[in-house]
Structure formats: structure tokens, C-alpha cells
Design a protein around this ligand. Structure first.
Ligand code: AMP
Length: 360
């Protein structure tokens, strides 16, 4: 499809209806744009804030075609949509970021190969297609190591740690015997992420690097700026830029990294690329001139990008499951900016909202 900048009043199609879609639709509305959400799930958080929603399966071509006909550009808030869905949509309207990016980041092995070929450090890894390959991989990489399915993993799902004495055949079966990769366990000093945007014209802008703490594989807090040296902050951002440029990326992306203290000093290893707005960038809603959600909308519409400058140091905390019960106390705290996603059922591990603490 031809690449042209849209105007305010344009219509944006968003595939996926979760909280990321909700916050994208809210940001779009502020710029006079309206959103049409496409998702297979009932009662998703994005529906109630979007102009239009289609609830249909990802392989319903008639519904996808009607969705595409009703919008000017299509983006997504969820990276596990089938590649065939993205390719079908791309024949009808521009899809940004491109389905090629989606395919690459959906497969951990393809993604690791891509990052390593750019000369960017990653954890040692090996392809594992069967229990025999796992035994060979463990012999090379050692223990502890982490077996991860190549596809459909998130928030620690589809992963198992291979410790001393672990039975490899059992470990492989525990992930359903799926094509996987084995990764060396990285004794990281810190986890960080670079959330950044690349415009249709190639302009690249990154927010301050975030320092992330996970609890039970789910992001718990992001502290900005990350407490590392100016040189490391710059190197982290340069890696994200190299990745965005190699992908000819359009939109917001997040690159998660491990900071490792080694004999040759501190190094950064890339763990994962998220081809979308990211939980570790939620602080930008209250803590920076342009939020990641507005920036993504600007980028996919071909608008000029906004400043990612932070107003000051911030901490973002996720509200997971029953944490949402604290909502009233959080509303009373000066400098606490509360965001709830409108989910009625607080299941354990479910992201119900987040709160950004500003220095006031
Ligand atoms: P992932 O799904 O790959 O983002 O992994 C989720 C979390 O598991 C990461 O944020 C880390 O805390 C941890 N993790 C993943 N891979 C490794 C690794 N190779 N070494 C150490 N910790 C890891």
C-alpha cells in the first residue's frame, strides 16, 4: 500500500482489545482520531473507549475485510496475532509495524538470530527441536539454563528452568514438546528496557531507559531513569536504534535487556523485542511530554513525533490481581497517577491497572 501521512479525523484500526489497545484508543481520541478495535474476545478493556469494535476470530476474512475497509491504517497491540491475519490485512490497508516485524518477533529463535547478526550481545542460545537436541544444548550451554518455547510465550509462560539434576526429557515434555530454544541463565545485575519510536520518515526518539523488576515473571515496577552510568544508558539506546533501523520499524517498540557485571566491565544483552507499546513504558502517560501511546499513534499515522522528554524521575507499579483493592488509598496519595483498565474480575496474575508515582 502507498505510504502517506493521514490527517486528524482519520480512522485507526487496532488489532487486539486489551489495556494497550484501550490506552492507544484514548491517546488517539485526544488527537481527534477514532479507533476501530478488532479482537476475538468478549468484554475486552478497549471496547468501551473506542468508536467501534468488531468481535470476530482472527481467521474470519469477511470480518477482517470489513474492518480494513472502515479504517485508514492498521496497527496492533498484541504480537501473537496470526501472521496470516496481518498479511491478509496488509493487502487491504497499510499495517504498521509491518507483518514482517510481527513474524520475526513471534519466534524467539528467529529474533535471537536477527539480533545476534546485528552484532548485539544476547544470552548463549541453541535451537531445541527434540529431547536429544536439548541434551546436546545443555552439554554446550550448561546449567542453570532456561528452556523457552519459540512461540507464544509471555509473562514467563512457556518457560522452564533447567537446574542441576533436572530430567531433560521431562523438561522438554513439560513445554508440550514444542520447538524451543535453550538459553544460558544470565546472572543479571539489572533488567532494563528501552522504549522508543521510529516515525514513517525514519526519525528515531527514545524515552529514558527504564529499570524493571519482575515478580513471578510479571513486571512489577519500572523506575526511570534506570540507575546506570550515562555511557550504559547511551549504549542501551543505541542498541534499540540499531534494531529499529534494521527492521525499518514504524511505531513504538520496546527492547528488553539484561545488564551484566563481567570481568571486562558491564555489558548489555538483549533479551526480547516487543513490537508494540510496552508495560515498561506506561510511566510516559504521566511522566513525559509525549506518551508512548500518543507516539505510536503519531508514528503509524505518519505524523511528526513528539518529544519523549521526561518531566522528572518516576516509578510505575503494576496493579496485579488483588492489588486493585488499594485503589482508594492510591487516589489519596499526592503524586500517584492511577490508571485502571475497567476489568471486572481480579484474577491472580491479571494486570488490572497501574500507578505512576511522580515527585510532587
Ligand atoms: P522473557 O519471557 O524472555 O521476557 O522472560 C521473562 C523473565 O524471565 C525475564 O524478564 C527475566 O527476568 C527472566 N529471564 C528470561 N530469560 C532469562 C535468562 N536467559 N537468564 C536469566 N533470566 C531470564
Amino acid at each position: 500500500m502507498t505510504e502517506r501521512a493521514l490527517a486528524p479525523t482519520a480512522k485507526i484500526g487496532i488489532v487486539g482489545g486489551g489495556q494497550l489497545g484501550r490506552m492507544l484508543a484514548l491517546a488517539a481520541a485526544r488527537l481527534g482520531l477514532s479507533c476501530h478495535i478488532y479482537s476475538p474476545g468478549e468484554g475486552e478493556p478497549a471496547y468501551e473507549v473506542a468508536a467501534k469494535s468488531t468481535i470476530a476470530p482472527y481467521d474470519d476474512q469477511a470480518a477482517l475485510a470489513r474492518f480494513a475497509a472502515s479504517v485508514d491504517v492498521i496497527t496492533y497491540e498484541f504480537e501473537n496475532i496470526p501472521a496470516a491475519t496481518a498479511e491478509f490485512l496488509q493487502k487491504l490497508k497499510p499495517v504498521r509495524p509491518s507483518p514482517r516485524v510481527l513474524a520475526l518477533t513471534q519466534d524467539r529463535l528467529v529474533e535471537k538470530d536477527f539480533v545476534a547478526k546485528l552484532g548485539i550481545g544476547v544470552a548463549p542460545y541453541a535451537q531445541v527441536d527434540d529431547a536429544g537436541a536439548l541434551a546436546r544444548a545443555v552439554a554446550r550451554i550448561g546449567r542453570p539454563s532456561i528452556l523457552k518455547t519459540r512461540r507464544f510465550g509471555y509473562d514467563g509462560k512457556g518457560q522452564t528452568t533447567i537446574k542441576e539434576g533436572a530430567d531433560l526429557a521431562v523438561a522438554f515434555r513439560s513445554l508440550g514438546g514444542q520447538p524451543s530454544i535453550l538459553e544460558g541463565f544470565v546472572p543479571f545485575a539489572m533488567e532494563v528496557s528501552v522504549v522508543a519510536a521510529r516515525g514513517l520518515d525514519g526519525e528515531f526518539l527514545a524515552w529514558d531507559v527504564g529499570e524493571n523488576v519482575h515478580d513471578n515473571h510479571i513486571l512489577d515496577t519500572t523506575t526511570v531513569p534506570a540507575r546506570m552510568s550515562p555511557d550504559l544508558l547511551r549504549r542501551a539506546t543505541e542498541k534499540a536504534q540499531k534494531i529499529a533501523e534494521a527492521l525499518d520499524y514504524v511505531g513504538v517498540l520496546a527492547v528488553e535487556m539484561f545488564l551484566v557485571n563481567g570481568p571486562q566491565g558491564q555489558t548489555l544483552l538483549v533479551n526480547e523485542i516487543a513490537p508494540r507499546v510496552h508495560n515498561s513504558g506506561h510511566w510516559t502517560l504521566d511522566g513525559s511530554v509525549t506518551s508512548q501511546f500518543e507516539q505510536h499513534i503519531r508514528a503509524v499515522c505518519g505524523f511528526p513525533l513528539g518529544s519523549p522528554r521526561a518531566h522528572g524521575p518516576v516509578v510505575m507499579r503494576n496493579l496485579i490481581g488483588d492489588d486493585i483493592k488499594e485503589w482508594r488509598d492510591l487516589l489519596r496519595q499526592p503524586g500517584a497517577c492511577l490508571h485502571l483498565y475497567g476489568k471486572t474480575e481480579a484474577r491472580p496474575g491479571r494486570k488490572m491497572g497501574h500507578v505512576t508515582f511522580l515527585k510532587v
